[in-house]
Design a protein around this ligand. Sequence first.
Ligand SMILES: [Zn+2]
Length: 320
Amino acid sequence: MFAIGLDLGGTKIAAGVVAPDGRVVVSAVRPTPVGGGVPSVLAELAEAAQGVAAQAGLAVGEVEAAGLACPGPVDPATGTVSYAPNLHWRQVPVRELLSARLPWPCVVLNDADAAALGEAHFGAGRGAELMLYLTVSTGIGGGIVRQGELLTGAHGAAGEFGHQVIEPGGPLCRCGRQGCLEALASGTATARRAVERLRQERPSLLQQLAGGDPERITAALVGEAAARGDSLAAEVIAETASYLGIGVANLVAAFDPDRVVIGGGLANLGKRLLDPVRQLVRREVLPPAGERVEIVQATLGAFSGVVGAAWAARGAVSCS
Ligand SMILES: [Zn+2]
């Protein structure tokens, strides 16, 4: 039977009808409503779920369950989101609210955890015994999957890989601390470092690509400039890779995973990002963990959260 996956972000909502083999049969993306508070976001989520079901021509009884990937820590027992700064949410009982609007059983889980589950079952993590997943985009999130099941920690807060301190006293992080991996190796941090270097008035292709407006510099643009041979952009990417490598090395030393899957927008940099991370992990982590771990790019792209949320929903229904 089919399940519906929803992925709620600060700017957009992704929805999909997902087959048991992980295929996204029908998908849709719509903007996250702003200004209407919790009720308007929940209404939009429910509409997105029903919209994709209708588009796939499914009757209510042909959908087994719906899963929602949500930013912030989620209490696995109640489906309550404790804190999601992007949405200005605190202690929102999302599962209860979504269940009231949909005809299917609902589960709610953290968005990085959902993406980790998606990759573990249907993407680059297939067959791994212990997989760590990192999403590197605006921020850095993570998830841990062992033998196909999420490890969420004693308080549901495991996998916050972006908030390990890499450089004490370093740049300020969104979490209020300094020198977190997220503040050094995320897409936002990469763009910021590129802008800082441009201020030193070094010539770079980036100026031209951004039309002379530093506000328009993104990590993707830095990647493009690096691919076209720009030395300033290549240095910035190398720095990002080196910070990320330290973060991943710490995780490999702590968990001894057989696979680390890197997703999110920055993973599109491919070998330019991953090769230095692999080298640093081999060099810095004691064998056998550092020698044997595989570090690979995620394969499900933007719908990993949708696929993982649908998988979690189906699993929760079949357990109950
Ligand atoms: Zn932080």
